[in-house]
Design a protein around this ligand. Structure first.
Ligand code: SF4
Ligand code: SF4
Length: 114
C-alpha cells in the first residue's frame, strides 16, 4: 500500500478508514492526501505530490477547502493581499457549489485506493 503523507491538523486523532470505491464518502481524506486533484493543480498551483494544500479538517472529517472557501485559496494562489480575510459569502458559496459539482462531490468515494 502506498504511504500516505502526514496531514497537519489532526491532533493525533485516529482517522476514518477509507471505504470501498463508490461507497459514501466518509471524509477520510485519503484521496486528497495522496495526490491533489486536477482542479487543485490547475487553479491553486498544487503539484503532483500530496497532501493538497486545500485539504482542511472540520467536524472530525476532511473537507475540500476549495469547496467551502474557494476565494481564500484562489486569492492565495493569485498572491492577493487579504486573501485570508473574510470573503463575500454569496460569491464564496456560489463558486464553491460550482467546484463541488465539477469535483463530483456527494457521489461517493471516487478514489480507487486501498
Ligand atoms: S482541491 Fe479539494 S478535492 Fe481537490 S485535492 Fe484539494 S482538497 Fe481534494
Ligand atoms: S472520496 Fe474516498 S478517499 Fe476521498 S475522502 Fe471521501 S471516502 Fe476518503
Amino acid at each position: 500500500m502506498k504511504a500516505i503523507p502526514l496531514i497537519d491538523g489532526t491532533d493525533g486523532a485516529r482517522l476514518p478508514v477509507k471505504p470501498a470505491y463508490g461507497s459514501p464518502c466518509n471524509g477520510c481524506g485519503w484521496c486528497c492526501a495522496s495526490e491533489p486533484c486536477g482542479i487543485a493543480r490547475e487553479f491553486i498551483g498544487a503539484d503532483g505530490e500530496g497532501p493538497c494544500p486545500a485539504l482542511e479538517r472540520e467536524g472530525g472529517r476532511f473537507v475540500c477547502g476549495l469547496i467551502i472557501r474557494p476565494l481564500v485559496y484562489l486569492g492565495r494562489a493569485a498572491g492577493l493581499d487579504g486573501a485570508d480575510e473574510a470573503q463575500p459569502e454569496e460569491a464564496d458559496a456560489l463558486l464553491g457549489s460550482q467546484i463541488a459539482e465539477a469535483l463530483g462531490a456527494g457521489k461517493g468515494c471516487c478514489a480507487d485506493g486501498p
